[in-house]
Design a protein around this ligand. Structure first.
Ligand code: SIN
Ligand code: FE2
Length: 275
């Protein structure tokens, strides 16, 4: 084939492949059966995709088990959830976690909702049923979060904890694994509100290659399957990019991240959560 017509032939194939691939991601669903196809489409369409002005998470093609639901929550749903986070903070005030042993403070502040909450202090990381400062039980899950879990987790049991991380302008989250849960069969489901942030996800070893992309307000990210124990973190918050007001209790905050977690194995839950 003539060199130019060969190039044209490739372009004709690459464009629909690239568009199909990006629309698949844009609609926010990367289902397992689509993954193999996506890899092929990605290889064909790579040059074209790289020029598209979309926030494409190339990470999803490279990291099995990472499912990115871009703009899963509408603006109204984001504002409703943000108002619910303000109610949770009123009942369970933000606390300042510190690193085990060193006592170095995290750059984020935290609270939780659900039967269990994740805390970190000099004694270590753990889940507990009571707020570390007030001694009160954590507030219940907003129903919308349970509905979200049912829709995207692909796991029969319900979540038992929702850690709420509050980022100020300079806060970040160093690379870590979420491994304080007894059941790694359940994914971790993350919801972002407020300012966008640069998220990284790597492999099972700290030094593995990382992919980076922006998590925007309303995005939902599922870390499950082969990536359940992948190292991940937040490099930077992009101040002033929030599409929504976060609400009075969050007036000085930049970004909110909620992570839904299953803590105990479904059959051995001691938290009164069905099943
Ligand atoms: C986390 O890994 O606990 C938080 C991730 C995020 O803020 O998006
Ligand atoms: Fe995490």
């Amino acid at each position: 084939m003539h060199r130019n017509s060969e190039a044209l032939w490739f372009d004709c194939l690459a464009v629909p492949f690239a568009v199909t691939y990006s629309v698949t991601l844009y609609r926010g669903v990367v289902l397992e059966p689509q993954r193999a196809l996506s890899r092929v489409l990605y290889a064909f369409g790579r040059t074209v995709v790289s020029q598209l002005p979309l926030n494409l998470p190339e990470a999803c093609a490279e990291h099995a088990g990472v499912v990115y639901h871009r703009q899963y929550l509408s603006k109204d749903a984001q504002m409703a959830l943000s108002a619910q986070v303000c109610d949770i903070i009123a009942a369970a005030p933000l606390f300042q976690p510190v690193m085990p042993r060193t006592g170095k403070p995290f750059s984020v502040t935290m609270t939780n909702c659900g039967p269990l909450g994740w805390v970190s202090d000099k004694a270590g990381y753990r889940y507990q049923p009571l707020h570390p400062v007030t001694g009160e039980p954590w507030p219940p899950f907003p129903p919308a979060l349970l509905a979200l879990w049912r829709a995207v987790a692909g796991y029969d049991g319900m979540p038992e904890a929702c850690l709420i991380n509050i980022y100020g302008a300079t806060a970040r989250m160093g690379s870590h694994q979420d491994r304080d849960e007894a059941d790694f069969a359940a994914p971790v489901v993350s919801v972002s509100l407020g300012d966008a942030a640069t998220f990284h996800v790597g492999g099972l070893k700290r030094g593995d290659a990382k992919s980076r992309f922006r998590l925007e307000s309303g995005d939902v990210l599922v870390l499950g399957g082969a990536s359940r124990l992948a190292f991940h973190g937040i490099d930077k918050v992009h101040v002033g990019t929030s599409p929504i007001p976060l609400g009075a209790a969050l007036a000085d905050c930049s970004r909110v991240n909620l992570t839904l977690r299953r803590v105990n194995r479904a059959s051995t839950s001691s938290c009164g959560v069905a099943p």
